[in-house]
Design a protein around this ligand. Sequence first.
Ligand SMILES: [Zn+2]
Ligand SMILES: [Zn+2]
Length: 178
Amino acid sequence: MKVRVADITEKEKVLESRSPATDYPTLMQVQEDGACTFLEPIDVTLSMVNEYGHIRVKGRVETSIGLKCSRCLSDYTADVKSNFTIFFTRSTGSVEEDEVELAEEDLLSVTYSGDELDLADEIAEQVLLEIPYKPLCREECLGLCPDCGSDRNINPCACAEKQATMAFSSLRSFKVKQ
Ligand SMILES: [Zn+2]
Ligand SMILES: [Zn+2]
């Protein structure tokens, strides 16, 4: 998603776009790696303003992804919603200043050069931040039984109980032997 710098003035400009995840190479890479599946296009709303020599972009990204629960291995769907603010400052050409840095209050500060702002990387980055490292279908997911493999959310098995009883009886026999 590219915006001409000259089009961004002191008057706030709002842009909306809806484009398929295939437009974002980084997102496609994540999908290929199996972290998630993009189920909906990426909805983006940006409001941009040129103030005090830098460009402030307030944005919102929304989409829907398919994930696999890391505990019970079931597939589930999650909504991705993220708000962000990025300050674009024109590059002075020095390498140090060109590095992206996380400023205070989680505001991103990015340098740009040329006549256009390319927001695709920043948008993809915001989506990536929302993809859980250890997905859970729900906070209290019971996961699969390590002994019999059954999904304890659907089919609670007695393995844990049995083990506790066995541990208890072996402890008891141990005491008897003493
Ligand atoms: Zn689960
Ligand atoms: Zn079991």
